[in-house]
Design a protein around this ligand. Structure first.
Ligand SMILES: [Zn+2]
Ligand SMILES: [Zn+2]
Length: 590
């Protein structure tokens, strides 16, 4: 088996499944299994239409450089579900899709095997079909046409079609035949009044707009965003309660019962309806289609909603923003007018980078939840001349690292790093006059000046601190092995400097201050084990307490704190089964 394969370049909004199917045809493989082996490196994989897995492997093997994240965002259902999931869960969905084991992914977004036959649906728009052949020479499966709730093409407002022959089986890779003579198809819905057709077309448009967003809006806690609108429309009482009955009646009137039935979203069907849940503080994820129904009902369209609710489009509010360069005179003044927004590849959350004309720039993870967040600085990206000059000044004045750090608004490590690296005149051979000065301010820096044989502890401390931090981070990042407790002994052994850490702590202030951040008490370590075990059990709902305790290796006498962490992890898992309660039969239209 070859180490790589050359997938066709995906067309706009093409399903990953469709790309693989086109590859299958091109490769002339007689069995889909061969194709899967070439694409994923294993045939032990089902190329699901909605939320496929093994995407790291696929992206690694593909000669065309497309990152797994791009496949996920643009060619799967991820961007349909993720905006309505809690951050942590969306991150896990993504991780599962990248991994070699995507078995829990459907349960994680709330689709269970029993409620959906995922191979059932491959629909297409007859107009797109013609258009694609003209444009690209071949038709393909569009993602938007497969999304739950889409019955019409959002581009052509035409009812979608499904194939009636040839009928495909579950494990085959189906392409849309290139000639109309090669297949027969029928409309997926028929005989609906124009009014309903229009409504369905609007819904398709909303869904299309949702999955086209480059920055996925965070809509898990939709209530927060729509509350002002609910109040405006008279659905909130003076005592801040939602007029559930009125809301429900009006929504049913707006869409009609017939349509809500068709898309299985009649809010009057159960006593604790999806509508009621949508307007409460988020406890469980609500299906995207239903959230979009509510949004359209309240705002007229999803577009209008996005335009009106700042949070979705401007996660950091509007310009200007403060410069957070403590060395500058304009510290905390609102002088920054530009903010670059990217997406964190791990969490999917927006990251804003704010650059000031003084050369200082910083970033922070969003969205901002309050005005005070504006003054929160995440990572410093660049320091700029004003900051560096001030640092130089501090060093020349003989200020200690710690006070310089305080003055410059950074931690001591940063000062040490830049005092060393960024002030070249302090490193090289120095003129005698200057050298005296340098020695009094910072003896560690010019090692050539240090008397022979004297151990330079400050330098040693600095070097050691990087190693220690890296080792600690590596231990925490290793989620595959059973957790080990971070202690001085463990770190000392790992970096081969145990005796220094044991005997010379007072000479290693930076290293020790970093170590104290990472060293774990028994409880802290137990809590980390609990989180680790919960992660392992994330495919199971609900997570059983005894199972979690066993996997985490807890003895029964654990502390209140640890117990709280278990509750939190189990509680979290309760959030993970949004559509499987008895109240809701969770029979989504797919
Ligand atoms: Zn179309
Ligand atoms: Zn500035």
């Amino acid at each position: 088996m070859s180490e790589w394969c050359a997938l066709p370049i995906p067309y706009p909004d093409e399903l990953l499944y469709s790309v693989i199917a086109r590859y299958h045809i091109r490769s002339n493989n007689t069995s889909p299994k061969w194709t899967l082996r070439e694409v994923f490196g294993t045939d032990n994989v089902i190329p699901t239409i909605d939320l496929p897995s093994h995407l790291d492997a696929l992206s690694r093997r593909n000669v065309v450089q497309i990152m797994a994240d791009e496949w996920i965002m643009k060619h799967t259902f991820y961007s349909y579900y993720a905006p309505f999931l809690p951050d942590s869960r969306a991150t896990r969905v993504k991780a599962l899709m990248r991994s070699m084991d995507g078995s829990g992914v459907h349960a994680l977004v709330g689709i269970t095997a029993s409620t959906i036959d995922r191979t059932d649906r491959l629909w297409f728009c007859p107009s797109c079909y013609e258009q694609d052949i003209q444009r690209y020479g071949e038709p393909y499966w569009h993602r938007v046409h497969q999304l739950p709730g889409v019955y019409l093409c959002p581009h052509h407002r035409r009812v979608l079609h499904k194939l009636t022959s040839p009928v495909s089986d579950r494990h085959s890779l189906n392409v849309l035949p290139i000639s109309r003579h090669m297949f027969r198809s029928i409309a997926v819905i028929e005989d609906l009044p124009d009014k309903l057709i229009d409504r369905l077309s609007d819904i398709a448009e909303d869904i299309h707009l949702l999955v086209q967003q480059d920055n996925l809006p965070a809509l898990y806690d939709l209530r927060q965003a729509i509350l002002p609108r609910l109040a405006e429309k008279g659905y909130v009482t003076v005592s801040s309660r939602i007029r559930q009955q009125k809301l429900c009646e009006q929504l049913v009137l707006f869409y009609s019962r017939e349509l809500l039935d068709l898309i299985d979203s009649d809010p009057t069907e159960s006593r604790y309806s999806w509508l009621e849940q949508s307007t409460r503080t988020a406890r469980r994820a609500i299906h995207p289609l239903r959230q979009l129904l509510l949004i359209r009902f309240l705002y007229g369209s999803f577009r209008e909603f996005l335009d009106r609710t700042n949070g979705a489009n401007a996660p950091f509010g509007n310009a200007p923003w403060p410069c957070l360069n403590k060395a500058a005179d304009h510290y905390k003044k609102l002088v920054v007018t530009h903010c670059d927004i990217t997406r964190c590849s791990d969490t999917g959350r927006p990251v804003g980078t704010f650059a000031c004309s003084c050369g200082f720039s910083y970033s922070r993870c969003g969205p901002d939840k309050s005005e005070a967040d504006k003054y929160y600085r995440g990572r410093i990206k660049t320091f700029g001349p004003i900051w560096s000059d001030k640092l130089k000044q501090c060093m020349q004045d003989g200020m200690s690292y710690r006070s310089a750090a305080e003055r410059l608004g950074v931690d001591t490590n940063t000062v040490i790093k830049y005092a060393n690296g960024k002030l070249p005149e302090r490193n090289g051979p120095l003129k005698p006059k200057k050298s005296n000065k340098a020695r009094t301010t910072s003896p560690s820096i010019s090692s050539s000046d240090v008397p022979f044989m004297r151990v330079n502890w400050e330098k040693r401390d600095l070097e050691l601190s990087w190693g220690v931090e890296q080792t600690c981070k590596a231990i925490l990042a290793d989620i595959n092995s059973k957790p080990v407790r971070i202690t001085i002994a463990l770190i000392g052994k790992r970096i081969g400097k145990l005796s220094w850490l044991e005997k010379n702590q007072h000479k290693l202030p930076v290293t020790m201050s970093i170590l104290t951040v990472y060293i774990e008490s028994v409880s802290q370590f137990q809590m980390r084990r609990v989180r680790w075990a919960a992660e392992r059990l994330s495919g199971e709902w609900p997570i059983k307490r005894w199972k979690l305790e066993k996997l985490a290796g807890l003895r029964p006498d654990y502390s209140q704190e640890v117990s709280g962490e278990i509750d939190r992890c189990i509680g979290q898992s309760r959030l993970l089964q949004p559509f499987t309660s008895s109240e809701e039969k969770s029979s989504w239209q797919h």
